[in-house]
Design a protein around this ligand. Structure first.
Ligand SMILES: Nc1ncnc2c1ncn2[C@@H]1O[C@H](COP(=O)(O)OP(=O)(O)O)[C@@H](O)[C@H]1O
Ligand SMILES: N[C@@H](CCOP(=O)(O)O)C(=O)O
Length: 317
C-alpha cells in the first residue's frame, strides 16, 4: 500500500475548502502504487484523487508534469489534469508534502492483459506521442541511461543480498547496453512508466493513462520498449503470450509511425528498460523505510525479463 504520509480529516477538510469541489465525505488510502501517497477522496459533489508527492518527485518538476497533462487532456487524451483551487493554484502543500487534487478517472488496470487490450494501450501511447509532438516542455530523464551506472554504484554490493552475484550480473549487462545505446533516434516528451497499472480500462477501451511522474524528455521509442518490458511478462517476470508483444508494436504503429531505426533499436531499448526498473526496484528493496505502507516490487522479476531479452534478440522481428 503506498501511503507514506497520513492525512488527518481536519487538514483534508481545510485543504478541500480552498476548492470549489464540495465537502469531504470520505478519504481512503489507495493500495496500489509505490512512489507517492494517494487517497481516493469523495466529496458531496464528486470523487477525486489526492496525491502527496514523496521520494522521487520534486516540487520543481510538478509544473512540467501538470502542463504536460493539460496539453494531453486539451488534445483529447484520457489523462487526469490537476484541479485548480478558487485562485487557480494547482500545486499545494498538505501535511508538509507537495500535493495536488486530481481528476478521478474510471476504469481498472488489468494484471493479465489480452492482446486486444495491449493493442489498445499501445495505440493510446502512440496517440499520446502524436499529441506531444507539439509539447514544448523539457525535463531531463533523471533515470535515463546516463544515470544507470551511478544508480548501480549507489546500490553497490548490497545488491548481492537480493541475489548472490546480482551486482556483477547487472554490471555486465549494463556495459553491453550502454555500448549499443542509440544516439540518433527522435527525442521527445515520454511517459517512461506506462505499466499496466498506469492504464485504466473498461473492457478493451482505454479510460485513463495515469501516473506521469516519471515523464521526461528522452528517446521516444524507449517509451514503447518500457511498455513491452512491462506488459509482455507476468509479475514474476515470466514471458506471457508473444501475441501481446506483437500487439504492442502493431498498436503503437496504428497511431504513430515507427521508423526502421526505431524498430531496430527496440531490443537494446528494452534491455535498458529492464536495467532501469531492476535498479530502482533494487534501491527501494534495500532502502524502503520501515513503517511505510507499501508493497515493494521484486527486482528479480526484472532480471528475468533482462535474461529473456538477452536470450531472444529477435523478439521484435
Ligand atoms: N486519476 C486517477 N483516477 C483514478 N484512479 C487513480 C488516478 N490516479 C491514481 N489512481 C489510482 O491510484 C493508484 C496509484 O496511483 P499511481 O499514480 O500509480 O501511484 P504511484 O505514483 O504511487 O505509483 C492507481 O493504481 C489507481 O488505482
Ligand atoms: N513501475 C515501476 C515503479 C513505479 O511504480 P508505479 O506504481 O508508479 O508504476 C516498477 O514497476 O518498478
Amino acid at each position: 500500500m503506498a501511503v507514506y504520509t497520513q492525512v488527518s480529516a481536519e487538514s483534508l477538510s481545510a485543504f478541500l475548502a480552498k476548492f470549489d469541489v464540495g465537502e469531504l465525505v470520505s478519504a481512503k488510502g489507495i493500495a496500489e502504487g509505490v512512489e507517492n501517497s494517494n487517497y481516493l477522496v469523495e466529496t458531496t459533489r464528486d470523487r477525486f484523487i489526492l496525491t502527496l508527492y514523496e521520494k522521487r518527485v520534486s516540487v520543481g518538476d510538478l509544473p512540467f508534469f501538470l502542463s504536460l497533462l493539460d496539453h494531453l487532456a486539451a488534445d483529447g487524451n484520457p489523462v487526469p489534469p490537476a484541479i485548480p483551487d478558487r485562485e487557480g493554484q494547482t500545486i499545494h502543500t498538505l501535511e508538509g508534502r507537495p500535493a495536488c487534487l486530481i481528476r478521478f478517472l474510471s476504469g481498472v488496470s488489468v494484471s493479465h492483459p489480452t492482446p486486444a487490450q495491449a493493442r489498445a494501450a499501445a495505440q493510446a501511447l502512440g496517440r499520446m506521442h502524436a499529441s506531444l509532438a507539439t509539447f514544448e516542455g523539457v525535463r531531463a530523464n533523471g533515470l535515463g541511461a546516463s544515470h544507470w551506472r551511478p544508480l548501480l554504484d549507489q546500490c553497490g554490493e548490497s545488491m548481492n543480498q537480493i541475489a548472490p552475484g546480482l551486482y556483477d550480473r547487472v554490471a555486465r549487462s549494463l556495459d553491453a547496453v550502454l555500448a549499443d545505446w542509440p544516439s540518433d533516434l527522435a527525442v521527445a516528451a515520454i511517459h517512461a512508466d506506462l505499466f499496466p497499472d498506469n492504464v485504466l480500462m473498461l473492457g478493451d477501451r482505454i479510460t485513463g493513462l495515469i501516473d506521469f511522474y516519471f515523464a521526461c524528455t528522452d528517446i521516444r521509442a524507449y517509451d514503447l520498449a518500457v511498455m513491452h518490458s512491462a506488459w509482455g511478462f507476468d509479475a514474476q517476470g515470466n514471458p506471457l503470450d508473444p501475441a501481446i508483444g506483437r500487439a504492442l508494436v502493431a498498436g503503437y504503429a496504428d497511431s504513430f509511425a515507427l521508423t526502421p531505426q526505431e524498430r531496430a533499436a527496440l531490443p537494446v531499448l528494452a534491455r535498458g528498460a529492464c536495467i532501469r526498473f531492476l535498479l530502482t526496484r533494487a534501491w527501494d528493496w534495500l532502502n524502503t523505510p520501515a513503517g511505510a505502507l507499501v508493497t515493494r516490487k521484486d527486482p528479480l522479476a526484472y532480471l528475468r525479463r533482462l535474461d529473456w531479452y538477452e536470450s531472444n534478440p529477435k523478439a521484435f522481428v
